[in-house]
Structures are given as structure tokens and as C-alpha cells.
Design a protein around this ligand. Structure first.
Ligand code: PLP
Length: 411
């Protein structure tokens, strides 16, 4: 017998549909250069600080004195300590070593975390959304069934659009597990401290769990935007935080991230009131020790080097490069009269399509008239209709050329 939940999954044709259209366009227009503003991956190389650290770690593996076999399932202390000292203490957040778990990236733990939660829990996500939150819950049987308007019966969607300034409205009914991603993929928008506080207060009031994905934390430029949910009082009692070095330091192919599970996350014992509450931290530790054997030593040494003065400067420069692209495109589009969101604290720009034009119609227009590839917003959820996503992960020259082409579009 198979896990029949997999049969409920909706096939996503978004990126394959885009690829098909681009391929056909290239075949018919061999002389036109196609520029992709749809790149969902970083393009700049790893910081030299990481490369040097990883070379050194490789050499250590080649000598019996310094060879390392299985490491701790939770990750090496050197990296966990560097995370606490650099990512949290300067922001006034104190964490213990055993509250930080090194992972092979945020996507894995995004799905894995469901292992320690009841499959009867209800789920809430923003619309549009990073599809992993939904599909991983479909696989584990937590999504319910799909109704006529293509919504899951056990998932509450919080619609975000220009109408609500991309601030998700608090749910009217109780939701057990809430996924929040800020800075946001796909919209590139952020929540300030007061807006995030509303969600923390909701979760404390409703005894909900927030899974806070801050994969784009390194892109935050403004002081009033929280880098960690734990900057909000009470968040340690209601939130798990996912982080990744993928977008921070170009680790999309190297694979490393971490998950914070505070020991303040306590659930009353489900069957015996006289028993001590259950710590999610203990369950997660047990889960990791059973199903995960750690991220490679070489990778963790590479990640540690991100926190050296050289590493910090290098990632500042790389993030600065992408954010320069974002600023350039944002300003060019605004000057041309477009309505754009995001792009100030995230490498994504969420462009409102001209009135009466759908996401796909605008996508087609940009491709067929200008040779520009974007991502139709509706592919990330119904509330993404009327938008396209532009990414800042390309080359500066391409962003400049893309904006020149935009200006040729009759409006
Ligand atoms: C890129 C991305 C991640 C990071 O995934 P990794 O598995 O760490 O590469 C996580 N969440 C979102 C929303 C992302 O866009």
C-alpha cells in the first residue's frame, strides 16, 4: 500500500509551462537574446572565506589525526555557537546551544518539522505562498481534501495583495500551525515589528505554533524590520525559526541551514495532566537523532566562515550586488508608472500587471514583445493573479537591458 496522500497532490506546471513557452520563443526568434528575470537561484559564487575554510576541512579529512566521521546529529558546536553569537545575541536574543539544530537547508526541515506534530492539526499559510508549506502538509495528510475552488479543507489561506498592503489578516478561526515567510518569497514584502507582533500575540492567545521561515533575512536593509521572530516578546513560546545559508551566502548547491526550536515551546501532556509538559525541543532532537546524521563537516566549516570578518564582508558585498539590481529595477519600473511591491528588503519584486491584464497575459506580452522571462504570480496562489515576480539574482547588465526593453513597451 502507498501513502495515498501523494495522490492528492496537485501537479505544479508553473515552471515547466514557463520553460516550454521560453523554449518555443527561442526557437522562433533565434536572434533575440532572452533575459530571465525569473531566476530562483543565486548566481554569484561562494565567498572566498568559505572556499578557504572548506579546502582546509577537506585536507583535515585526509589525515588520520584530523579525520572526522559521524558528527553530532544536532551539528557541530563551533557552528551552533557562531550562530548564537552572530545571528542572535547582537539582536538581544539569548539562545542555548541545544536550541539550535544544523540542517542541510531550510526546505528539508520545512517538511520534516511535521514529523513531531499531529496530523490532525489545522494549517494556515499566506496566499500567494512558497508551495513547500502546502505540499508537505498534503503529503502528511494534514491538508484535508480539495474543494471546488481548489482550496484545501484543512488549510486556511491568508490572502495578501495591494489591497491589504501585503499584511496577512489574522484568521477568523483557530489555526494550529501557521507558516510565515519574511522577507517574503514570492512577494518580496516584509512585516515590521508591530505587524509581526500581532501574529505572535495571536499564536500565544490561540496556542498555535508559528513556523517562521527567514531564509531572506540577510536582505533586510531597514532597521524596523525584524530579522528573527524572537525579537518579538513571547515568540520563544510559540515559534520555530528556519534559516538557510542558501540565499545568504550562495549555499544553494552546498546545502546548509539551521532550525531553532526553543525549550520554551511546551505542550501540555496529551493524555496525562499530572505529567510534565512535552518540549518540542526534545521531540525534534529525538527526530533528528533517529532520521538525520548531520550536515557534512566540510559544509559546516564553510558555514562557520560566513561569520568571520572576511566572510561577513563578502556576503555583504554579494547581497549588496543583488539588492542594487533590485533597487535599479524598482526605480526604473516606478519611473515608468508601474505599481511595484517588495524589492527593498528582499531580492524579489512583485509587479502589478496593467489593469485588465492577467499574470499569464502580461508574462506572454513581456516574453513575446521584449524577450523577458518573469514568473506569473498566479502560479503561487489565486491571490497572485494580477502580478508577476521579478528576481534580482541576475547580472547587473541584464537588469539594465531588461529595464531598457520595458521602456519600449507601449502602455
Ligand atoms: C530558497 C528558500 C529557502 C531555502 O531553501 P534551502 O533548502 O535552504 O536551499 C527556504 N524558504 C524559502 C521561502 C525559499 O525561497
Amino acid at each position: 500500500m502507498i501513502n495515498q496522500n501523494f495522490l492528492k497532490l496537485q501537479s505544479s506546471y508553473l515552471f515547466s509551462d514557463i520553460a516550454k513557452k521560453v523554449k518555443a520563443f527561442r526557437a522562433e526568434n533565434p536572434d533575440m537574446s532572452v533575459i530571465s528575470l525569473g531566476i530562483g537561484d543565486v548566481t554569484q559564487p561562494l565567498p572566498q572565506a568559505c572556499i578557504q575554510a572548506m579546502h582546509k576541512a577537506v585536507d583535515e579529512m585526509g589525515s588520520s589525526d584530523t579525520f572526522r566521521g559521524y558528527g553530532p546529529e544536532q551539528g557541530y558546536e563551533f557552528l551552533r555557537q557562531a550562530i548564537i553569537s552572530n545571528d542572535y545575541q547582537p539582536r538581544g536574543v539569548q539562545l542555548d546551544l541545544d536550541e539550535v539544530f544544523i540542517s542541510d537547508g531550510a526546505k528539508s526541515d520545512c517538511g520534516n518539522i511535521g514529523d513531531i506534530l499531529d496530523t490532525k492539526c489545522s494549517v494556515g499559510v499566506t496566499d500567494p505562498v512558497y508551495p513547500v508549506y502546502v505540499d508537505s502538509n498534503v503529503m502528511s495528510g494534514r491538508a484535508g481534501c480539495l474543494d471546488e475552488d481548489k482550496k484545501w479543507s484543512n488549510i486556511t489561506f491568508f490572502p495578501v495583495s495591494a489591497g491589504n498592503q501585503f499584511v496577512p489578516p489574522l484568521p477568523q478561526k483557530h489555526v494550529d500551525i501557521i507558516y510565515l515567510c519574511y522577507p517574503n518569497n514570492p512577494t518580496g514584502t516584509v512585516l515590521d515589528k508591530d505587524q509581526l507582533k500581532e501574529w505572535v500575540e495571536y499564536a500565544l492567545r490561540e496556542q498555535s505554533l508559528i513556523i517562521f521561515d527567514s531564509a531572506y533575512e540577510a536582505y533586510i536593509q531597514h532597521d524596523d524590520i525584524p530579522h528573527s521572530i524572537y525579537e518579538i516578546d513571547g515568540a520563544k513560546q510559540c515559534a520555530i525559526e528556519l534559516r538557510s545559508y542558501s540565499k545568504t551566502a550562495g549555499f544553494t548547491g552546498v546545502r546548509c541551514g539551521y532550525t531553532v526550536v526553543p525549550k520554551d515551546l511546551r505542550i501540555p501532556h496529551p493524555t496525562n495532566k499530572n505529567e510534565h509538559p512535552i518540549l518540542l525541543n526534545s521531540l525534534w532532537n529525538r527526530r533528528q537523532c533517529t532520521k538525520f546524521n548531520g550536515t557534512s563537516y566540510i559544509t559546516q566549516r564553510g558555514a562557520e566562515a560566513i561569520y568571520t570578518p572576511q566572510g561577513k564582508e563578502e556576503i555583504r558585498n554579494t547581497v549588496g550586488y543583488y539588492m542594487n539590481n533590485a533597487r535599479y529595477m524598482r526605480e526604473a519600473l516606478v519611473a515608468q508608472g508601474y505599481k511595484v511591491f517588495g524589492g527593498t528588503d528582499a531580492p524579489y519584486i512583485w509587479l502589478q500587471t496593467p489593469a485588465g491584464t492577467t499574470s499569464w497575459e502580461f508574462f506572454d506580452m513581456l516574453l513575446y514583445n521584449l524577450g523577458l522571462v518573469t514568473t506569473p504570480g498566479v502560479g503561487f496562489g489565486p491571490s497572485g493573479e494580477g502580478y508577476v515576480r521579478l528576481t534580482a539574482f541576475g547580472k547587473k547588465e541584464d537588469c539594465v537591458e531588461a529595464m531598457n526593453r520595458f521602456s519600449k513597451l507601449a502602455r
